[in-house]
Design a protein. Sequence first.
Length: 234
Amino acid sequence: MIDTTRLVQKCSMWNISLTPDQLTALDKYAELLVETNKHVNLTAITSPEGIEDRHFVDSLLLAAQPEVAGKMVDVGTGAGFPGIVAKIYKPDLELTLMEPTGKRVDFLRTVCGELGLSGVEFAKERAEEAARKRWREAFDLATARAVAALPVLCEYCLPLVKVGGVFIAMKGPDAAAETDAARNALHKLGGKLEEVRAFTLPDGSTRNLIFIRKISQTPTVYPRNGGKIAKKPL
């Protein structure tokens, strides 16, 4: 399905090395993605090189960061990016895939089963509801890709992170404007902007990883319900 030699070459630009088993797993993942996508809306990207660049390399750039360790939640994971790729790359991760859509959760279960990935929890939940349950401040790390604008995303993700943990938002070229817009949200939710790491994907698109440290507990009034978060971002 994918060109594993080409993928290895691309990853070598960032000193990311993949074992033969990891490459086999990614290839199988791509096959399952394309096959299931025929009847379940998972992704608009289905070409082999598109999957390599926009799904796999993109997710591996996050996975390779030293902060990606311990207990991780991937919020609004969709078809499993970056969470499943991170788990393939770092098998010791304790991963929770959080996704409210049942058909997508079924796909995630199938992929993890087919690839023999253990230590994965599937949470069929909206993040703002999950943070009022047992997942509140339960994770060392939260991440999200292409879910919402950063002020909204902070209210979804920071309540799930332990004090001392980190939220990594995967964003495109407008990271500076988004971090600026999220200042008030960070202040209210107990987060602090640590740094932004910028990358250029093999297809030329820009990826920014925004690192937000959880420095104090999130007040219990947050997260608000989904409607309020969308209508009145912090």
